[in-house]
Design a protein around this ligand. Structure first.
Ligand code: KIV
Ligand code: ZN
Length: 523
């Protein structure tokens, strides 16, 4: 009989802690929606006490999606953290609070300076406080409380058993066993979970959860070993996002369990064709690229180049293919549309790719498609996805690039002449010189928008193949100590660069509420 697993997604909490991956409240809501559509069982939406922005994001996600899936917030074992988490979450129909306290000797001695007895007392008091708060809601019979002994994988096995047993006795319904520093190996982690199963008398009253970091590249393998030992919740992130080397990748866990159902006998509720679009969304919002050969969601994950493989595949796909690209919603470089494809065909294709666009966004993407179809003969799925991603992510468009001209070459001074249109209808034209055409365009954009930023990262990739392929430029800028990402696509990479930079400047301007906006030029 098939057993089921709880998929606990922590992209918005542990994933967001990754340097350079912070998201705005609007972006977090967008990711939360994608996670609901993907079918995750629990969304860890943030750490409400960490900042007012975190609190607001958790509260909005709880209000918006709390009737569709379980929304969870993180708290340390401190009364003020737990109160704050409850304040953010209390309106969610389906709510969980996740509390944590380190238990390993290293953390006890150097970080907490607490003895074992004090750790146990604090953990028990905190679980009880959390249960009491959640119990204020008359519609909740059993408070949904998760307890994590941080750095569990390096904690003395018998002390870990003691803490876990007492946390369960105090009311914890899930006990999570984090490998906080990515120190475990599969057989070691299997033993940690097995030891708990065999030595904690009340373990059957709680779900065992695994939470593995990827410092040794073993997060997915360790999580699966934990599942084999009896864990029934896996904590993971889209694209394996997370601090340092990241967390276990959700898409890898889900597809390993699905592909090897014969071995694990475990199923998840994940709508797997949404894996690829969700991965693209998270990558696009955070600016964290997915490596080409990344399992499940990398661009090469389903590419068979070797002749012997191609021959086998033509005879029977199962010779070299253990998953079908469509099972994960893989978007390849299929030739799909051209200049004469109508609105209907366009809408159909977008839906097949797993996107649902509101009317306004649909119209914008369709207009972009018409412009592109004039410049480029063949339009591929990947081109459509690039167009959708640059339009669909609720990016505030205070300024739009309406005209663009650059002049560059050997022995000339690179110059960019741009026209930008403000959301209030003003049009501003300006020109700048620079070290190269891209630099000239960036300087001109800063002059017109009045936002000054530092370029931290600049990447160009070809969206599809062929000489007329679109170039996709992603930039990361720093403005007033905060990081913003921007993306632009065009068959002209200098124009794509200008669009990407403008998108990032627009985000920075929206975040500062216009503080940074002092256009130097009039109408
Ligand atoms: O890695 C870790 O220990 C954590 C805890 C907060 C669960 O993220
Ligand atoms: Zn973690």
């Amino acid at each position: 009989m098939s057993d089921s697993i709880t998929i606990f997604d922590t992209t918005l909490r542990d994933g967001e802690q990754s340097p350079g991956c912070s998201m705005s409240v609007t972006e977090k809501l967008e990711v939360a929606k994608a996670l609901v559509d993907l079918g995750v069982d629990v969304i860890e939406a943030g750490f409400p006490i960490a900042s007012p922005g975190d609190f607001e994001a958790v509260q909005k996600i709880a209000r918006t999606f709390g009737s569709q899936t379980c929304i969870c917030g993180l708290a340390r074992c401190r009364p003020e953290d737990i109160d704050r988490a409850w304040d953010a979450l209390k309106e969610a129909e389906n709510v969980r609070i996740h509390i944590f306290l380190a238990t390993s000797a290293i953390h006890r001695e150097f970080k907490l300076k607490m003895a074992k007895e004090e750790i146990v007392r604090r953990a028990v008091e905190s679980v009880k406080q959390t249960c009491d708060l959640i119990s204020q809601r008359s519609d909740i019979q059993t408070p949904n409380v998760e307890f994590s002994p941080e750095d569990a994988a390096r904690t003395e096995p018998d002390f870990l058993c003691e803490v876990v047993e007492k946390a369960i006795a105090a009311g914890a319904t899930t006990v999570n066993i984090p490998d906080t520093v990515g120190y475990a190996t599969p057989s070691h982690y299997f033993k940690v979970i097995s030891h708990l199963k065999q030595n904690v008398p009340n373990i059957g009253q709680a779900v065992i959860s695994v939470h593995c970091h990827n410092d040794l590249g073993l997060a997915v393998a360790n999580s699966l070993a934990g599942v084999e030992a009896g864990a029934r919740q896996v904590e993971c992130t889209i694209n394996g996002l997370g601090e340092r080397a990241g967390n276990a990748a959700l898409e890898e866990i889900v597809m390993a369990l699905r592909t090897r159902q014969d071995y694990y006998g475990i199923s998840s509720r994940i709508n797997t064709p949404k894996l690829f679009p969700t991965s693209r969304l998270v990558s696009s919002i955070t600016g964290m690229k997915v490596q080409r050969n990344k399992a499940i969601v990398g661009q090469n994950a389903f590419a068979h180049e070797a002749g012997i493989h191609q021959h086998g595949m033509l005879q029977d796909r199962s010779t070299y293919e253990i998953m079908r690209p469509e099972d994960v919603g893989f978007i390849g470089t299929n030739l799909v549309l051209g200049k004469h494809s109508g609105r209907h065909a366009f809408r159909d294709r977008i839906q097949t790719l797993g996107y649902t666009l509101d009317d306004e966004t649909f119209q914008k993407v369709f207009d972009d498609f018409i412009v592109l179809a004039d410049k480029k003969k063949d339009i591929y799925d990947a081109d459509l996805v690039a167009l959708i991603e640059t339009r669909a992510h609720s990016v505030p468009e205070r300024w739009k690039l309406t005209k663009f001209h650059v002049f560059a070459g050997t022995g000339t001074i690179p110059t960019a002449t741009l026209e930008l249109t403000h959301e209030d209808g003003r049009k501003v034209q300006d020109a700048s010189t620079g070290d190269g055409p891209v630099d000239a365009a960036f300087q001109c954009l800063e002059r017109v928008t009045g936002v000054t930023a530092k370029l931290e990262q600049y990447n160009v990739r070809s969206v599809s193949s062929g000489q007329d392929a679109q170039g996709e430029v992603s930039v990361e800028i720093e403005c007033d100590g905060l990081t913003y990402h921007g993306k632009g696509v065009s068959t002209d990479i200098i124009e794509a660069s200008a669009r990407a930079y403008l998108q990032a400047l627009n985000k920075a301007a929206a975040h500062t509420g216009g503080r940074a906006m002092h256009p130097q030029h009039g109408v």
